[in-house]
Design a protein around this ligand. Structure first.
Ligand SMILES: [Zn+2]
Length: 313
């Protein structure tokens, strides 16, 4: 197996779920990769400082878009986290490997790595945790699928949970990694750890990994102290505990989309407020809500998301 792809693999003495954590599906988001690198180091020394510690299941950390990570770009040709539609995956599988390049090849390698782990470990359940960061500040939240267990894991990550976000976009890992496609009970969740270059994003990703392991039973609550958890709890104060998607603003080629400056994640916006401009004119909020993932980088297919808070911390 490609050692650049695999950050680490830890198999506990006891059987349990297969937890796959992905970092750097976007090459300009190294925080998840760094958190995973640190986590595997911690796992190695944990039994010597904490004799009670035991791990149930197998934990595998993978780098997502290797080529884009090396170049510190979101992607090379196309967004790897928008390629996971069944039709596109089938097309890539049909194509001779020597004809694949860039994101097509990255997708195949990630998928083959995960399928190899399933064959090898034969888990009763696989959990996929996809670690990301955002361009704007304050972007710390979890994205579940419609699966109730995914929502439960997302809530336990201790960050705002955004429901319905997947309805606004296509082809993310969360759309693909489900029980139907994987042939084994599969639950997926995405964690956005904060701003791309914020050092604390690494710590928050570490906290999310720990919280996820606790929720799915890889580790016992009394055996793990989670120093970084306070970071999440502190941050989440006054933010929605659960929110739902109102709308997304997709960008079409040639739109010349430009977000107005100084929007940050979870910022309240009024109905009719001008949020961005493009070649068609002003783009206004269709209703009152909170802004999420305003785009302040050149690469990206979504200008912003608008959400409606349902419940607060
Ligand atoms: Zn991302």
């Amino acid at each position: 197996m490609n050692s650049d792809r695999v950050i680490g693999c830890h198999t506990g003495k006891d059987r349990g779920p297969l937890l796959i954590a992905l970092g750097g599906m976007h090459g300009n988001e190294p925080a998840g990769v760094r958190a995973l690198e640190q986590f595997f180091t911690l796992l190695e020394i944990e039994p010597s400082i904490n004799p009670e510690f035991s791990f149930c299941g197998r934990f595998v950390g993978l780098r997502g878009n290797l080529k884009a990570l090396r170049r510190e770009r979101r992607f090379i040709e196309k967004d790897l986290n928008r390629q996971w539609t069944p039709e596109n995956v089938a097309r890539i599988r049909r194509t001779p490997r020597q004809d694949l390049e860039n994101e097509d090849l990255e997708l195949l390698e990630v998928l083959e790595c995960i399928e190899e782990q399933i064959r090898d470990y034969q888990p009763a359940k696989m959990v996929l945790l996809d670690l990301h960061t955002t361009t704007a500040t304050g972007g710390i939240f979890s994205i579940p699928t419609d699966d109730p267990e995914s929502v439960r894991i997302a809530v336990e990550l201790h960050a705002p949970v955004i429901k319905g976000l997947l309805r606004g976009i296509r082809g993310t890992t969360l759309h693909y990694f489900n029980t139907e496609n994987m042939g084994v009970r599969t639950v997926s969740v995405t964690f956005e750890a904060g701003q791309h270059d914020d050092e604390l994003s690494v710590n928050r990703a570490l906290a999310a990994i720990t919280n996820c392991m606790r929720t799915i039973g890889c580790v016992q609550a009394q055996h793990v102290e989670n120093r970084h958890d306070e970071l999440l709890k502190e941050y989440s104060q006054n933010l929605p505990k659960i929110a739902e998607l109102i709308m997304t603003h997709p960008i079409r080629p040639g739109d010349q989309f430009r977000m107005l400056p100084n929007y940050h994640n979870f910022q309240h916006v009024d109905q009719g407020e001008v949020l961005a401009v493009d070649q068609h004119g002003k783009i206004k909020a269709p209703e009152e809500g909170c802004i999420l993932m305003p785009l302040y980088q050149e690469q990206g297919d979504d200008g912003f998301f608008l959400i409606r808070p349902l419940e607060f911390f």
